[in-house]
Design a protein around this ligand. Structure first.
Ligand code: PXP
Length: 241
C-alpha cells in the first residue's frame, strides 16, 4: 500500500498568520525524505491553505509523484495543465465546508466531466475522481474516462471515531464492494479522508484492492504533538541559554 502525504494543513497553520512558517514545501521535502510515496495537495479556490507558489515550488523540487486535488473548474484546469502534476484528483468544493464533505457527484456531472477530463488525458496527467463508495458513482467514473477513483473513507472514519465499530465494519464492506467493481471496470483504486493512526488499521484489509492511501490531517496533527517538546526546548535554549 502506498502512502500519499497530504501537506495542506501545514499551510493552514502558516495561513493562520499569513507568515512564512511552517512552510508546506519544506514539509513535502521532509515527507519525501521520510519515504512518502507521493505528495498530495489541494489548491482550493479560496486559497485557504496551499497557495499557487507552493504548488509551483513543490512541482519543481519534489521527485516523487505529485497528486493535485482540485475542484473541476476552468481556473484549476488551466493551473493544472500549466504546472503538470502527475495526477489530478477531482473533488467537490464548497466554500463554507471545513473539509471536503462527500465525494464528487460524477453521476450528475457526467457530460461535464467527460469533456473536462479530455485535456488531462492528452497532457498525460492521470485523472482520479474522489467519490463515495456507491455503485452508480463508480460506474459513472468509468464512463467519463477516469483512470482511477479515490474512495472517500470519511464515513468509515467518522463511524470508527464514534466507536461504532460494527457500522464501521459494514462501511469497510461497502468500500470493498465499490473497489472491486471499480477494478473490474479497469479503474485503479485509491482511498483517503479522515484516516488516523487509530483507524487506519482496518483499512489495510482492503490492500488487495486499494493501491494507495492519502492521509493529511492526522499526520500534520501528530507532527505538531511529536515535535512540541523539542520546539519548546529550542526556544528555552534561545531565551535562557
Ligand atoms: N483525499 C482527498 C481527496 C481529500 O480531499 C483529502 C483532504 O484534503 C484527503 C484525502 C486527506 O484527508 P485527511 O486530511 O482527512 O487525511
Amino acid at each position: 500500500m502506498r502512502l500519499g502525504v497530504n501537506i495542506d494543513h501545514v499551510a493552514t497553520v502558516r495561513q493562520a498568520r499569513r507568515t512564512f512558517e511552517p512552510n508546506p514545501v519544506f514539509a513535502a521535502l521532509i515527507a519525501q525524505q521520510a519515504g512518502a510515496d507521493q505528495i498530495t495537495l489541494h489548491l482550493r479556490e479560496d486559497r485557504r491553505h496551499i497557495q499557487d507558489r507552493d504548488l509551483e515550488l513543490i512541482k519543481e523540487l519534489i521527485t516523487v509523484p505529485i497528486n493535485l486535488e482540485m475542484a473541476p473548474t476552468q481556473e484549476m484546469k488551466e493551473i493544472a495543465l500549466r504546472v503538470k502534476p502527475d495526477r489530478v484528483t477531482l473533488v467537490p468544493e464548497r466554500r463554507e465546508e471545513i473539509t471536503t464533505e462527500g465525494g464528487l457527484d460524477v453521476v450528475s456531472l457526467k457530460d461535464y466531466l467527460k469533456d473536462f477530463i479530455k485535456a488531462f488525458k492528452e497532457a498525460g496527467i492521470e485523472v482520479s475522481l474522489f467519490i463515495d463508495p456507491q455503485e452508480d458513482q463508480v460506474r459513472a467514473s468509468a464512463e467519463v474516462g477516469a483512470d482511477a477513483i479515490e474512495l472517500h473513507t470519511g464515513e468509515y472514519a467518522n463511524l470508527w471515531n464514534d466507536h461504532k465499530f460494527k457500522e464501521a465494519k459494514e462501511e469497510i464492506k461497502r468500500l470493498r464492494r465499490a473497489g472491486e467493481l471499480a477494478k473490474s471496470l479497469g479503474l485503479r483504486v485509491y482511498a483517503g479522508h479522515g484516516l488516523t493512526y487509530q483507524n487506519v488499521k482496518e483499512i489495510l484489509s482492503l490492500s488487495d484492492i486499494v493501491e494507495e492511501l492519502n492521509i493529511g490531517h492526522s499526520i500534520v496533527a501528530n507532527a505538531v504533538i511529536f515535535g512540541f517538546e523539542r520546539a519548546v526546548k529550542e526556544m528555552l535554549k534561545l531565551i535562557k541559554g
